[in-house]
Design a protein. Sequence first.
Length: 139
Amino acid sequence: MKKIILLITIITLSYSCSNSDNSGNNTNNCQTLHPPTWIQGTWIKQNAPTAAGYKFTADDVIENYNEISSGGISRKFQLDFYCTSNVNYTVTENITPTSYFLEINWGGIATYNFTKISATTIELVNDNDPINASYYIKQ
């Protein structure tokens, strides 16, 4: 009987310790990005004075990407920061064979609405100014 009580105590303690070790970790609730394969790569704004645009990877959207400095705003980095800082945020992605809609809401909102025009051209429609869309050429 003592062995059974000891075994139950050990199991209970190990379970409670393993749960308390992860209590501040928000990893299971973290949201990630999933750009479709057709948009992955580097896209530079057509007829722009600077060589800036977007870079898409399997799990990131880098805004204002510049091929020369390889800099830009990594949305993956932003989401990782929010997750580890326990900032409430949501990610909405709608993906089709010819469109990629992304919205990140953390109190502020970043919205992107890309449409595939061809294998080498995409269009970014700004919801605030749908008439003046921007076109990006794949590099």
